[in-house]
Design a protein around this ligand. Structure first.
Ligand code: MLT
Length: 265
């Protein structure tokens, strides 16, 4: 389906289920299909909405690409569907966007699921790495980038045991338009530190991620959750950075429980 925003931007999205709206925000370089296990498995708990961010999938490929702009796009998306508040579930870059939604549109966030993400801004080293990734996309394109990113996205056990999932992730990453992928890298490099926000979060929050995630390690997740007042943390074994895809049943179990508890909150 396509949502048309007031500035003419089109956001493609997939929807499943009914009840409490839950926005599923993908990471980089991903698209909404990374949530296929949730669109299938969590639809009895919530009305799931999984958009492609600008520059990705069937959404408009057009800047400006900033984390704040992605957050504002998602508010425009909720507006277009007449949704006042949603549970926001963001993976990695999707988490950076969830923090921006909280900073800019706090009253629109019903609860938070922070998956495989971090609150801190980029270090100088991370920014330099992003510059290298931009150069490699410009020189070699997305197929080579997807191949290079795979080992950091998935747990080694996933790579060994689930070749078809590896192939799905490779194809998803390779299909992101280069302009959108580069725009997102610049957006992430420029994002502010969200650490000061953490102890002000006043909605129920679930922090979840893979035990073998090398990008946002369990330590990073535990430290983040320790500062968020009404939060809990779940670390999923045999999962890397893409926990909703690598361990869909386990991910859905903890998120389903979290959504169930919201009814009594
Ligand atoms: C992501 O999965 O969204 C990215 O790995 C996040 C990042 O590069 O900081």
């Amino acid at each position: 389906m396509i949502a048309l925003l007031p500035d003419g931007l089109k956001l493609a999205y997939e929807e499943a289920g009914s009840g409490t709206p839950m926005l599923l925000v993908h990471g980089w370089p991903h698209d909404h299909t990374m949530w296929s296990g949730q669109l299938g498995g969590l639809a009895t708990y919530a009305r799931l909405l999984a958009p492609d961010l600008r520059g990705v999938g069937a959404s408009t490929v057009r800047g400006p690409y900033t984390i704040d702009q992605y957050a504002d796009d998602l508010i425009g998306f909720l507006d277009s569907l007449g949704i006042a508040r949603a549970v926001v579930c963001g993976l990695s870059m999707g988490g950076y966007i969830a923090f921006a939604m909280l900073r800019r549109h706090r009253d629109r966030v019903r609860a938070l699921v922070l998956a495989d993400t971090r609150a801190t801004a980029d270090t100088d080293e991370a920014r330099a790495n992003r510059a290298k990734l931009i150069a490699s996309i410009e020189q070699e394109g997305m197929t080579a980038l997807a191949e290079r990113q795979l080992p950091s996205m998935l747990a080694s056990s996933t790579i060994e045991r689930h070749p078809s999932l590896v192939d799905t992730v490779r194809r998803m990453m390779a299909s992101v338009p280069p302009e959108g992928a580069i725009g997102a890298l610049r957006a992430m490099a420029e994002r502010p530190d969200s650490t000061p926000l953490l102890d002000t979060i006043d909605v129920p929050t679930l922090v979840v991620g893979g035990a073998e995630d090398t990008i946002t390690t369990p330590d990073v997740l535990r430290r983040m959750a320790a500062v968020i007042p009404n939060s809990r943390v779940e670390i999923l074994e045999q999962s890397g950075h893409l926990s909703p895809l690598e361990r869909p049943a386990a991910f859905n179990h903890v998120v389903g429980e979290f959504l169930g508890a919201l009814l009594y909150d």
